[in-house]
Ligand binder design. Structure first.
Ligand code: SAH
Length: 243
């Protein structure tokens, strides 16, 4: 799996987070995909407080315990909320700009690090992957490598708390049936590219996974899945533990 870091010239989200942190406002963080129409991520949302977070995220933060790893921590919103709750958290991200902002915001343990960098060998009681956290897995075929990495990073009895969405609603017909090409790639595999001002990122894969598919792959790789909570729109929070 790719275990690189971003550079500021290829890191639109980091640049947006940096801008918002400095000026309390930011331009448009634009999202492109070959599968969807152009979209936007409101930069302010990346700085959400505990109260502003969706219920799935609030639940994950409540359940997180022991030594916690916040994977792809962004502006540090979850890490800061956990610190407020007097919990112990290490935040990692591949974006140098985001890591800088997290330090300035007061996240105590922040590292510029890719989840898949095998030099990183600490263990954690809770691994948090939030805001469609399954996305970091990228593609279905990366799932075995992802679970191997999780086995290295989890303390005995530890768990992964991850949110995702079932994208099947995008393929819903008027009669309520779903038109999905089963010979094609898995329907939750999405390619994204982001742009902030004139900073254009490279295209990357982001995996949305439905609960059944997650359970299937988890069981093949020695994990069991508990769906802790379901959101209002095909989204859910899963807790994964070793079998
Ligand atoms: N969790 C934050 C940010 C989500 S955006 C929030 O909920 O607001 C996803 C973040 O993951 C980005 O900041 C991106 O730089 C980071 N990221 C992507 N791939 C990563 C990887 N392999 N290892 C660590 N961080 C990663």
């Amino acid at each position: 799996m790719d275990n690189n870091l971003l550079t500021p010239d290829k890191d639109p989200m980091g640049a947006a987070i940096f801008d918002y942190h400095q000026n309390r406002k930011a331009g448009r963080l634009r999202v492109f995909s070959s599968q969807f129409d152009e979209d936007e991520i409101p930069v302010k949302q990346l700085f959400r407080t505990l109260k502003q977070m969706p219920i799935l995220e609030q639940t994950a933060l409540k359940l997180a315990q022991g030594k916690i790893l916040d994977v792809g921590a962004g502006s540090g919103c979850h890490a800061l909320a956990l610190q407020e709750m007097k919990k112990e958290v290490c935040a990692i991200d591949i974006s140098p700009l985001s890591v800088e902002v997290m330090k300035e915001q007061g996240v105590k343990d922040v590292r510029l690090l890719n989840l898949f960098d095998e030099h990183f060998r600490e263990t954690f009681d809770t691994i948090l992957m939030l805001m469609n956290g399954s996305g970091i897995i990228g593609r279905i075929e990366n799932i075995p490598a992802f679970f191997l990495r999780m086995k290295q990073l989890l303390s005995p009895g530890g768990c992964i708390l991850m949110d995702s969405s079932d994208l099947r609603y995008l393929f819903e017909e008027e009669d309520g049936s779903f038109l999905i090409d089963i010979a094609g790639d898995y329907y939750g595999q999405v390619d994204f590219r982001m742009q902030y001002k004139d900073i254009k990122g490279d295209s990357f894969d982001w995996l949305y996974i439905d609960p059944q598919t997650l359970e299937l792959y988890a069981s093949e790789n020695g994990f069991k899945v508990e769906i802790v909570k379901r959101g209002k729109h095909y989204d859910y929070l899963a807790k994964l533990t070793l079998t």
